[in-house]
Design a binder for this molecule. Structure first.
Ligand code: NDP
Ligand code: 2IT
Length: 448
């Protein structure tokens, strides 16, 4: 059996009931086959793929807190420190009821290659908790965040592991966690990114993932003889990534017509009103029904099992920005049938393996999240740099660095795909380019 197949089988056997982790590993290993098989015995002797797929460290802990009724609640907290070959562990924290170890491992694994692609010195990690911030008071969220950090603080640090936001973790949660870290450690350091602007945060970090997604999409289109201006875009999600993807798409002259949350979706023929969306989601933390109520051109559709939501809308470009496996084979068929020619992932692994294959086989330009959503973590690394030098850069300075990073990422994966005889396969390009830097660093550092 080939070394790649052997390691994939091992991962499945050793990590039962973690389908998202298996999926992420499968995608990466399939892309690496050509690289590994060219030098199989050396990689096998070094057990490089086993080392790559086993996290350096996993921390799992109890998070007890008291709700507004005086009831004690208990949640399950996680931090997976996956790979520190090229820098301190870096990656977000996700607070969502669906969080489990397998999901955090898939996210941490993806983060290794994503962070490598940014060209910045950051290793891969991810964490989170099965806490649901929805419907909780600010006091409950604070009590939870303080308890979460009361354990996490001993495992992280500005040169060790630097968490940030992800689903369910935004500025409010980062603020509460930063405050608790500082209090316990008596140390003011850049231990988290996505901080507020008055206490060490970076301008443009809030916008960075969505803006970066559009900078990369624009470059991908340009290099394939297409222009983003005038195009209709289907976006899923209505959170941090989706909102700023919509905003930047409009600035580039495109027309995003959809967004969604966990209970329904919007089709707005006049184009999404991003200020209204921000008001509904960032300020009121309300449902999309409120968007529809305030906007006559918007149609609201309740989410129904078996229906395909935003992907049934006719569009040129699709940007999945909500969550994993939200775009399946049926959705991919609908997109192709409707003339969609480009998909760039804002979320992590939103497209199933079957859907990705179908899109690629049907000539759709497809950019995987580990490349196209890397703008968030890249700007987090810029926040770390600013914290280290105790300076703040202007919005324009950060934004232009972000733009350059996204353009470089696209060219990196484009070149890798060509070098290994898979031109246009940006999934392979991203995985190979991300892997080579990490593998070189791992080999140089000996058996560790
Ligand atoms: P937010 O919590 O800000 O928003 C998430 C959005 O997706 C919300 O609209 C939410 O709906 C929807 N959503 C979440 N889970 C589900 C689900 N299970 N089913 C349906 N809808 C769902 O998160 P972000 O925007 O930060 O993250 C979105 C994606 O982007 C994630 O995959 C994340 O890992 C990825 N990402 C985020 C980065 C960042 O910097 N924030 C960087 C790179 C990737 P509702 O409002 O109802 O909860
Ligand atoms: O998936 C991701 O890259 C993030 N959630 C952002 C991580 C970070 O450290 O900014």
């Amino acid at each position: 059996m080939s070394y790649v197949d052997e390691v994939y089988e091992l991962v499945v056997a050793k990590n039962p009931a973690q389908p998202e982790f298996h999926q992420a590993v499968k995608e990466v290993l399939e892309s690496l086959r050509v690289v590994i098989e060219a030098d199989e015995e050396a990689y096998r002797k070094e057990a490089l793929l086993e080392r790559l797929t086993v996290p350096e460290r996993i921390v799992q802990f109890r998070v007890p807190w008291v709700d507004d009724k005086g009831q004690v609640q208990v949640n399950n907290g996680f931090r997976v420190q996956f790979n520190s070959a090229i820098g301190p562990y870096k990656g977000g924290l996700r607070f969502h009821p669906s969080v489990n170890l397998g999901i955090i491992k898939f996210l941490g694994f993806e983060q290794i290659f994503k962070n490598s692609l940014t060209g910045l010195p950051i290793g891969g990690g991810k964490g989170g908790c099965d806490f649901d911030p929805k419907g909780k008071s600010d006091r409950e969220v604070m009590a939870f965040c303080q308890s979460f950090m009361t354990e996490l603080y001993r495992h992280i640090g500005a040169d060790t592991d630097v968490p940030a936001g992800d689903i369910g973790v935004g500025g409010r949660e980062i603020g509460f966690m930063f405050g608790q870290y500082k209090r316990i450690r008596n140390q003011y350091e850049g231990v988290l990114t996505g901080k507020g602007l008055t206490y060490g945060g970076s301008l443009a970090r809030t916008e960075a993932t969505g803006y970066g997604l559009l900078y990369l999409t624009e470059e991908m289109l340009k290099c394939n003889g297409k222009d983003i201006a005038g195009k209709t875009i289907a976006v899923s999600g209505a959170g941090n990534v989706a909102i700023y993807a919509i905003q930047k798409a409009q600035q580039l002259g495109a027309k995003p017509v959809t967004c969604s949350d966990s209970t329904g979706w919007i089709y707005d023929a006049e184009g999404i009103d991003v200020e209204l969306l921000k008001e509904v989601k960032e300020v009121k933390r309300a449902r999309l029904t409120e968007y529809a109520a305030a906007r006559p051109s918007a149609e609201y559709h309740e989410k129904k099992a078996g229906e395909h939501g935003v992907w049934t809308v006719k569009c040129d470009i699709a940007l999945p920005c909500a969550t994993q496996n939200e775009l399946d084979l049926e959705d991919a068929k609908a997109l192709v049938a409707n003339g969609c020619f480009a998909v760039a992932e804002g979320a992590n692994m939103p497209t199933t393996l079957e859907a990705t294959e179908y899109l690629q086989k049907n000539g759709v330009l497809f950019c995987p999240g580990k490349a196209s959503n890397a703008g968030g973590v890249a700007t987090s690394a810029l926040e770390m740099s600013q914290n280290s030098e105790r300076l703040s850069w202007t919005f324009e300075e950060v934004d232009s660095k972000l733009q350059q990073i996204m353009v470089n990422i696209f060219h990196n994966l484009d070149e890798a795909s060509k070098k290994y005889g898979m031109e246009g396969d940006y999934v392979a390009g991203a995985n190979i380019a991300g892997f080579l830097k990490v593998a070189t660093a791992m080999k140089a550092q000996g058996v560790c």
